[in-house]
Design a protein around this ligand. Structure first.
Ligand code: CUA
Length: 152
């Protein structure tokens, strides 16, 4: 007859609880934060940087990162908008970071990355390039202006 040592039993129980907590926290975090960026196949219709309004609170932004600016540089949307960002690069690899919204994407030539963000609070959200891309890198910025000052 085999007997499990009580210490070993404790270790098994503690390991089980830790693992359960770990799995639970992964499931809990899912969907609580922004969508993970998806990589979409390159689409030839992606020619003009633009903001498209789908309805009062749903927007699409087709963003182009290029040495050393974002186009469109200023994106005006009303409070409560949900925005699909489609991102590509016109040259080298750039970053696309909206720190306040936990957005962290790469702009890659020939590829489109996509993420969806909801802007519930008014304000100016800075878009910064966080991938070194040459001489003008540190000045490469854009803004998402959420009803501030009143725009819609
Ligand atoms: Cu673009 Cu750094």
């Amino acid at each position: 007859m085999s007997v499990i040592d009580s210490t070993e039993k404790k270790v098994i129980v503690i390991t089980g609880i830790t693992l359960a907590l770990f799995l639970f926290s992964i499931l809990y975090a899912r969907g609580k934060y922004n969508d993970l960026p998806e990589c979409l196949p390159y689409n030839k219709t992606y020619t003009e940087p633009r903001v498209t309004k789908l309805d009062d609170h749903t927007y699409q932004v087709f963003a182009l990162a290029k040495m050393w600016q974002f186009q469109p540089a200023q994106i005006y949307i009303p409070v409560g908008s949900e925005v699909d960002f489609y991102l590509t690069s016109g040259d080298v690899v750039h970053g696309f970071n909206i720190a306040e919204k936990n957005v962290n994407m790469m702009a890659v030539y020939g590829n489109i990355n996509k993420t969806t963000v909801k802007f519930d609070k008014p304000g100016v959200y800075k878009i910064t390039c966080h991938e070194y891309c040459g001489l003008g890198h540190q000045a490469m910025q854009g803004e998402v202006i959420v009803n501030y000052p009143k725009t819609n």
